[in-house]
Design a protein. Structure first.
Length: 291
């Protein structure tokens, strides 16, 4: 009888109970919430995941957190909705269609309906997609805008030209500044007799108006540090997904920007005791302007 008891204790059980507090890793972003929040909407994907008996079938990261391979930054709105079934978005939210796609994935039909474009006159203005987010614009809207702009130019007899974007050149090429900055380090030998050894640029930062930054850099712009910034506001928290300054300069030049100023500062961080090599750190900014 004692042997039977020991055998039952040693047998691994799949019927493990979920803890009250659960840690999630969603696309690299860590969230901590209650188990009751995740199962608050029956039929949703999270409800299916966290009501099943076989807890071992759920994917986990290397720290034991439950892993979901979706957009980690948009998941904050999914989790907020799971808490009280209400959707509260920032003003001028530019990623409404992406959030709707996430709601469809997580099987939240009421949230999908809430995010769907409204056709009534009352909501048509408030739900109009932001012009700074190209993904929000459908081909039919682009065509209508092109025809309306062309008709206005022909009727008014102005000298403006219609561009591929659907407006006059003045509409698309808005004036403004964009500042590119980066930090670097380099090593100089004793008495500066040896060649300087430069290290790779770790990150290229972008400062300026949100809409201009998105227009110039498009998909190569990393907005993760400031994802909800309205298009007409300014930011200094964007950075590029590549680390080649010349690539950033080419994109700015293609968009009609030209450099108007630059500056750089450098400080000696420390010197090597044996070789007397000095390691310097620097910060450089390039200011671009488009008329």
């Amino acid at each position: 009888m004692a042997l039977a008891d020991n055998a039952s204790c040693a047998k691994p059980s799949d019927d493990m109970v979920f803890p009250e507090i659960i840690e999630l890793n969603v696309g690299g972003q860590v969230y901590i919430t209650r188990h009751n929040t995740l199962i608050s909407i029956p039929g949703s994907l999270l409800w299916e995941m966290f009501t099943q008996k076989n807890i071992r079938s759920l994917a986990r990261d290397n720290k034991g957190r439950f892993f979901v391979d979706r957009d980690g930054f948009l998941f904050r709105y999914i989790l907020d909705y799971m808490r009280d079934q209400q959707l509260v978005l920032p003003e001028h939210f530019p990623e409404r269609s992406r959030l709707q796609r996430e709601a469809e994935y997580f099987k939240l039909p009421e949230l999908v309906k809430t995010l769907a474009p409204k056709l009534s006159k009352q909501n048509s203005i408030g739900d109009e997609p932001c012009q700074s987010d190209p993904e929000e614009l459908s081909p039919s809207m682009d065509t209508a805008r092109n025809l309306a702009t062309a008709s206005a130019i022909l009727a008014g007899g102005t000298g403006g030209s219609v561009t591929a974007g659907g407006g006059t050149g003045q509409d698309i090429r808005r004036s403004g500044f964009i500042t590119i900055g980066y930090r670097g380090s380099y090593t100089i030998g004793r008495d500066s007799q040896t060649d300087a050894k430069f290290r790779r640029v770790a990150r290229i930062m972008v400062c300026g108006k949100t809409s201009l930054a998105k227009e110039v850099f498009g998909e190569t712009l990393n907005e993760s540090r400031d994802p909800d910034r309205p298009p007409e506001r300014y930011t200094s928290r964007y950075y590029l997904k590549f680390t080649f300054l010349e690539q950033a300069f080419d994109k700015l030049a293609d968009s009609g920007f030209h450099m108007v100023a630059c500056n750089s500062t450098g400080t000696c961080a420390f010197a090597h005791e044996q070789t007397d090599d000095k390691i310097w750190t620097s910060y450089t900014e390039y200011v671009f302007y488009r008329e």
